[in-house]
Ligand binder design. Structure first.
Ligand code: PPE
Length: 303
């Protein structure tokens, strides 16, 4: 996760010096927000995928958290992301903006000082190169996803991710690649860091937005599937509908489009990447590399 510089509050700080104090409130209480964005190498240099939507969500997460005034405008954040990629000389990379608080210790956010950092690093296939091709094995987690009125599901609030860490760590220890999380009512919500889709009899389904993070990849995938001639039905999905699906795939900034070959030791369809996932991956990677019909609309080129 190395880079030469990390952007902090308008300064480019050498990697080794980009540290925080032990009494940083966000460390103790998890009040903060982050984003995950990817840039891809294209013929015209590095291009950031849907940067505007990610920055809107970043600022929106702070609003959900209750921060009264975000310290930077969206334009300033955009310039900072571009600068950080340029100074590190990356083409393809992952981009991690973080809003964190330090200063007075305590549960009162208004007494703490907000800061923003932007780190970048080169990140390969999130669930493994093999996973992208062959599919991964997922476990339905025994940990429940957040109730919508506990810590909110639309915002990438740092503390929310303790829930994902519980699920992901147990899944990996048990020999799976990723955890699928059910909402408090028992319907399929999302994975620890991805949204989920299933295909049954040629129709694509995905859980409605109420109890999940509104993934930007999810939104892109719905559009790309439309371009491929598939309509996507957003409706509550039960665990056994996953078991009966012809195909299941997960998507997210880090995970891109990753097929699921097995869930709870039950093969999904015939246990390998299906035709819808394959066609979608091809179109997705074509798009992020600047070679798709949607590329112009979705890519922000780093000058
Ligand atoms: N759900 C969750 C819970 C989630 O964290 C992500 C992204 C998504 C869905 C997909 O959202 P989007 O990236 O907008 O398509 N997870 C980020 C963090 C991964 C991590 O391990 O850290 C990501 O993919 O960047």
């Amino acid at each position: 996760m190395k880079s030469d510089y990390i952007w902090i509050d308008g300064q480019l700080i050498p990697y080794a010096e980009a540290t925080v104090h032990m009494l940083t409130g966000t460390l103790h209480y998890g009040y903060g927000a982050f984003e995950g964005i990817r840039a891809y190498a294209t013929e015209r240099g590095a291009a950031i995928f849907r940067l505007r939507e990610h920055l809107e969500r970043f600022i929106g997460s702070a609003r959900v958290l209750g921060l009264v005034e975000f310290p930077y405008t969206q334009d300033e954040l955009r310039a900072a992301v571009h600068q950080t990629i340029r100074v590190n000389g990356f083409q393809g990379c992952y981009i991690r903006p973080l809003l964190y608080f330090d200063g007075a210790m305590g549960l009162n956010m208004d007494a703490a000082t907000p800061h923003v950092s932007i780190a970048t690093w080169e990140w390969g296939a999130y669930l493994g190169d093999e996973g992208l091709e062959k599919g991964v094995h997922m476990m339905v987690s025994s940990f429940t996803r957040h109730h919508i009125n506990v810590t909110m599901t639309k915002a990438k609030i740092t503390g929310n991710y303790a829930n994902s860490v519980l699920a992901k760590t147990l899944a990996l220890r048990a020999g799976y690649d990723e955890a699928i999380m059910l909402d408090p009512e028992g319907y399929v919500a999302e994975c620890s860091g991805e949204n989920l889709f299933l295909v049954r009899k040629g129709v694509v389904y995905t859980p409605p937005r109420a109890t999940i993070l509104e993934g930007i990849t999810r939104d892109s995938v719905i559009t790309l599937l439309g371009d491929l001639g598939y309509s996507v039905v957003e409706e509550p999905i039960s665990r056994d509908q996953l078991y009966l699906a012809d195909e299941v795939f997960a998507c997210g900034t880090a995970a891109e489009v990753t097929p699921v070959r097995m869930i709870d030791h039950r093969p999904v369809g015939d246990g390998r990447r299906g035709p819808v996932a394959k066609a979608l991956q091809d179109l997705f990677f074509q798009t992020v590399r600047g070679e798709g019909q949607r590329s112009a609309e979705w890519l922000d080129y780093v000058a």
